[in-house]
Design a protein around this ligand. Sequence first.
Ligand code: PEP
Ligand code: MG
Length: 318
Amino acid sequence: RRPARPTRLTAPGATADGLPVALLANVADPAGAHVAAAAGAEGVGLLRTEFRFLGRTVAPGVEEQVDAYRQVLAAFPGRKVVVRTLDAGADKPLPFVTARDEPNPALGVRGLRTSWEHPQVLDDQLVAIARAAASSDADVHVMAPMVATVDEARDFVDRCAVHGLPVAGVMVEVPSAALRAGRLLAHAHFASIGTNDLTQYAMAADRELAGLARLSTSWQPAVLDLVAATCAGGRERGRPVGVCGEAAADPALAPVLVGLGVTSLSMTPRALPDVAAVLSTVTAQRCRELADVALDADGADEARAAVRAALPVLADLG
Ligand code: PEP
Ligand code: MG
């Protein structure tokens, strides 16, 4: 009989030859933070802050937000927690910041763009994050969703600094940001690739449409090219690049992402043990070879099949 599968991490993430790969959790509320901590996550790579905003007709006040963020930070004393500012719009409409009548909401005023018309919502949120950070031991980072230009990256980082938040990064989920990552990272302290949206925008395939699943996968070599471009930008500027989209939770794709140059993976907590197990069987060099295998494929199915065939450990994970 097979030994029972581990349900929590017992050691920091690393390749077989000791290259550290921080294994972090995606968290959507305080209860999720406790689940992530119990699973042994090394920190939080993506705190989706929408939980305090969804279903409301006006934005939550600063005090209410401080309380909510504190509860999350308290679960990770001494650990990194990356707080993403509000990502309203598209699949997360909010009446007080997003329009109802956009013909293409996924291409509309969403993510950081909502702050053009509603700067106070972002400023209040940054005030609340800074206050929660000041009263916690967590190592708080902030990042903005849907950044598309260098100007947006620079303005966001400046704004965070004004609010006393010195470590500010950008999500890379728009192809323009991936292609120009080196320039964005001249300002931003880190990048975190949101492969769900990056795939949607690279493939022009609505992430909500099940019928487009064959396009909507991060195994698409074009998406991996964009990940590679982002990592090249990170190396150029000496800035870390993580992945916080669903791709990070795929145990076969994780070594490919590491081979492309990704230094941290953030995922749903239940995926952590399998991703850790696979990484512990491959060297950094092997990860680079697997990345080449995937990039060399003509399509997503071919890339996935070739990498899976080269990772027999996956069979043990079932
Ligand atoms: C992503 O787009 O990959 C991501 C992590 O953000 P969300 O799924 O919340 O849009
Ligand atoms: Mg996204």
